[in-house]
Design a protein around this ligand. Structure first.
Ligand code: HEC
Length: 131
């Protein structure tokens, strides 16, 4: 193999690395986008804090002392949702009246109890409950 061949090979390797990177971005980025950019740790704090989400007043969530049972167990609920349903899960938290006009669940987004960022965080936390 002469020097020119080696240079050629290296040139090709660079090209292929580029192709792999671009493919990776096209294939994986939408999944990341769907996973959202909420902060699950913040979300956990929000759902369990009385003055913020206080979801535990009505819903079972793990590692909480005497959670409520007015609403469905959110661990069970989340097993039914995939990442593709992220919009619906977000809508439930933003304003559950879209799904049930008579719900007793507070419209956290519409009533500005939580900011859109806090709702993203809550949804990110909810997805950590999927087994
Ligand atoms: C006052 C009680 C109450 C509070 C507080 C509450 N919820 Fe709910 N939630 C309910 C009830 C009741 C339902 C059942 C659906 C309905 O009302 O039609 C529900 C439904 C849901 C659903 C949809 C369940 C399904 O079957 O798909 C999600 C997700 C949810 N709640 C998340 C939350 C989160 C997150 C919070 C806190 C930010 C919260 N809820 C706070 C009462 C509550």
């Amino acid at each position: 193999m002469n020097v020119m061949d080696r240079v050629d090979l290296r040139g090709n390797a660079g090209l292929w690395a580029g192709v792999v990177v671009v493919f990776f971005m096209i294939a994986v980025m939408p999944v990341w986008a769907h996973a959202g950019n909420g902060n699950a740790k913040q979300g956990e704090k929000i759902v369990k804090t009385r003055k913020l989400g206080n979801c535990v007043a009505c819903h079972y969530l793990p590692n909480v002392e005497s959670p409520g049972d007015i609403g469905p167990n959110l661990v069970d609920v989340m097993q039914e949702y995939t990442l593709a349903d992220r919009k619906d899960v977000t809508q439930w938290v933003r304003d559950a009246r879209k799904f049930n006009p008579h719900t007793i669940m507070p419209p956290f987004g519409t009533n500005k109890i939580l900011t859109p960022k806090q709702i993203d965080d809550v949804v990110a936390y909810l997805y950590t409950l999927k087994k």
